[in-house]
Design a protein around this ligand. Structure first.
Ligand code: T3D
Length: 262
């Protein structure tokens, strides 16, 4: 059993969560899922937390499910589905629904569910040496953790099928060029860049940012008419926040806004 499969650091206005099983490229065990779930719940309920940075310890971001837990001593596998229902699916839902921006700093290889958990984050920064691998086909599985949903939407059907069916690694620079991720950063600059982004989000209009997440997520399933209606409603909600009033006042006074997150 790992001592600390997930590390949490508190910064001014945001938290850094580090997947911490570097000897297995931060592959998921049940214990790691449980600690991560608690860490995300704690961040969500802390009013001082207005952004989150997710990264991995060592040379990898996350290699998905720890396959050592999927083979019995007799060399047998078992029927899957339970872990998706209990752990992976709730994790993806939580990352999408957190009421502040989530930045993934993909420090190395992101494979299997590890790749798709990164894609579930709002902004994906990747080290130049990182890669994304839909490793599932190599072991007879199907991309999960939202992979079959995110991939075609982010990079189109042809590229999604290519990645999922061949399980070929996609280097970070190509992932950026294809629009799979936000930005590639030099390895040595990755964490500083991700922290800079989180600090900026932590000083931002948090409710407005959360509403932006909601609007963009809903757009995948809406027709234009429904989306226009949703934008009207979310704009109404945004306009009720003190941060909106502060934003307009600061603009008119030609000064920097001081957003409170309310
Ligand atoms: O409930 C369910 O099970 C359903 C949910 C499924 C979700 C999934 O994520 S299924 C997909 C699981 N993940 C994979 O299939 C990826 C397996 N890993 C790899 O293909 C490769 O390790 C990488 C492409 C990620 C990296 O390759 P490389 O050459 O850079 O590193 P490596 O030497 O393969 O790995 C380093 C160590 O990590 C190695 O251990 P060792 O030999 O040094 O003791 C390797 O065995 C270990 N490791 C890497 N990934 C996993 C792992 N150990 C257990 N599980 C892993 N997923």
């Amino acid at each position: 059993m790992d001592e600390n499969p997930v590390l949490v650091e508190r910064r001014d206005g945001y938290r850094i969560i580090t997947l911490n099983r570097p000897q297995r490229l931060n592959a998921f065990t049940e214990a790691m899922h449980c600690v991560l779930r608690d860490a995300l719940d704690a961040a969500e309920t802390d009013p001082a937390c207005r952004a989150l940075l997710l990264t991995g310890a060592g040379r990898g971001f996350c290699a998905g499910q720890d396959l050592a837990d999927r083979l019995s001593a007799a060399g047998e596998t078992s029927v899957l589905g339970g872990a998706l229902e209990t752990y992976y699916n709730p994790l993806v839902r939580k990352l999408r629904a957190l009421p502040f921006p989530v930045v993934a700093a993909v420090n190395g290889v992101a494979a299997g569910a590890g790749a798709n958990i990164a894609l579930a984050c709002d902004i994906v920064l990747a080290a130049r040496s990182a890669s994304f691998v839909q490793a599932f086909a190599k072991i007879g599985l199907v991309p999960d953790s939202g992979g079959t949903w995110f991939l075609p939407r982010l990079i189109g059907a042809a590229r999604a099928r290519g990645l999922a069916l061949t399980a070929e690694p996609l280097p970070a620079e190509k992932a950026e060029a294809w629009g799979l991720i936000w930005k590639v950063v030099d390895d040595a600059a990755l964490l500083a860049e991700a922290e800079k982004l989180c600090a900026a989000f932590a000083a931002g209009p948090t409710i407005g940012l959360a509403l932006i997440k909601r609007a963009l997520d809903a757009s995948w399933d809406n027709d234009l008419e429904s989306q226009l209606e949703l934008e009207r409603e979310l704009q109404r909600q945004a306009s009720l926040t003190p941060d909106y009033a502060e934003g307009v006042r600061a603009f008119m006074a030609k000064r920097k806004p001081h957003f409170s997150g309310r």
